[in-house]
Design a protein around this ligand. Structure first.
Ligand SMILES: Cc1cc2nc3c(=O)[nH]c(=O)nc-3n(C[C@H](O)[C@H](O)[C@H](O)COP(=O)(O)O)c2cc1C
Length: 314
């Protein structure tokens, strides 16, 4: 049976989006936005903020397990924080070796680590040593930084260090998010490791998922931007019909019902506009709706555009 995970997306896939998408269903696992680790053991509140699901056994309301992702370069600090995250209820730990963001606070992390196979090894082995074997330690990598020369060595190092699974976003850092994703490279990696490999990158439809599975020789996949462009993509890949635009609008309206504290009401308008940016890819109507609400600043102003003046029952 194919496993589908929801990709970590900083600033986009937060706990509310995870809640909504896992309720629609089809996901076996979610990975959180990265927690940046420099050289300190972070307080529990940092983990709770990025992953409020920790307060409910690390599960979304739909019951989908959530795994905290860490980003950093210092093996000892990553290990300490990994232990804390699982003790708070994270379903394993994922390590980020793909983030293209620039160095912050002297701390590297993410894709730059792909230039140093030994560094990847050191991080994963330290985290694996520290975290109880009953919890999975997984890694998410790109094919490289500038080129793909180390792709296979890096994957082998992750396995040798004790990673339980690797997810491969099939592009280099320099290739960014530009199509294509090189799914055939995932197949090359798979030939060299025995641990499970999850294929990621550029899956927008059921046809893409199938082509990705065939070219990567992986059964399991992770969905990122496609999951936002088509909110029931995981179910579509499993055989359902794509959601209608009416259903999507209802979903956007439902999203306003989530209570968000301490953001002065800006959260919803900002996130809904961001989401429409992704929805445009699948729904031509998303563009027009974006134009209608572009300058609106509150949920109250936006809602009538989603469900029509008469249909709105607060
Ligand atoms: C806005 C945005 C934020 C992302 N944040 C993270 C992150 O926090 N951690 C991570 O490992 N990958 C992150 N990614 C990469 C995605 O998890 C995924 O690997 C990538 O988008 C390719 O998959 P897709 O083509 O299905 O979107 C991010 C991607 C985007 C577009």
């Amino acid at each position: 049976m194919m496993q589908i995970s929801l990709a970590p997306m900083e600033g986009v896939v937060d706990h509310l989006m995870r809640d909504m998408l896992t309720q629609i269903g089809g996901y076996d696992l979610c990975v959180t936005e990265f927690v940046r680790v420099v050289d300190q053991l972070l307080p529990a509140k940092v983990f709770y903020r990025l992953c409020p699901e920790l307060k409910q056994q690390g599960l979304t309301r739909a019951g989908t397990p959530v795994r905290v992702q860490l980003l950093g370069q210092d093996p000892v600090s990553l290990a300490e924080n990994a232990v804390r995250a699982v003790s708070l209820g994270s379903h394993g730990i994922d390590l980020n070796f793909g983030c293209p963001a620039k160095t912050v606070n002297k701390s590297k992390g993410g894709a730059v680590l792909l230039k140093q196979t030994q560094g990847l090894y050191d991080i994963v082995s330290e985290v694996r040593r520290a975290v109880d074997k009953k919890h999975k330690v997984t890694a998410k990598m790109r094919l490289g930084f500038e080129d793909k020369a180390l792709a296979i060595d890096n994957a082998m190092a992750l396995e040798a260090a004790g990673a339980d699974l690797i997810t491969v976003h099939a592009r280099t850092k320099v290739e960014g998010y530009k199509p294509p994703a090189y799914w055939d490279w995932i197949a090359r990696i798979r030939e060299h490791v025995r641990i499970p490999v999850v294929a990621n990158g550029e899956i927008w439809s059921a046809e893409d998922a199938l082509a990705c599975q065939q070219q990567s020789h992986c059964q399991d996949i992770m969905l990122g931007r496609g999951a936002l462009a088509l909110p029931n993509l995981a179910q579509v890949i499993r055989g359902a019909s794509p959601m209608s635009w009416e259903q999507v609008k209802q979903l956007l309206a439902d999203y306003s019902g989530y209570e968000i504290y301490g953001d002065k009401g800006r959260y919803y308008p900002n996130r809904i506009k961001q989401w429409l940016g992704y929805l445009k890819r699948q729904y031509t109507q998303a563009d027009a709706l974006f134009e209608q609400i572009r300058t609106l600043k509150t949920a109250q102003q936006i809602l009538p555009h989603l469900i029509g003046e008469t249909g709105f029952k607060p």
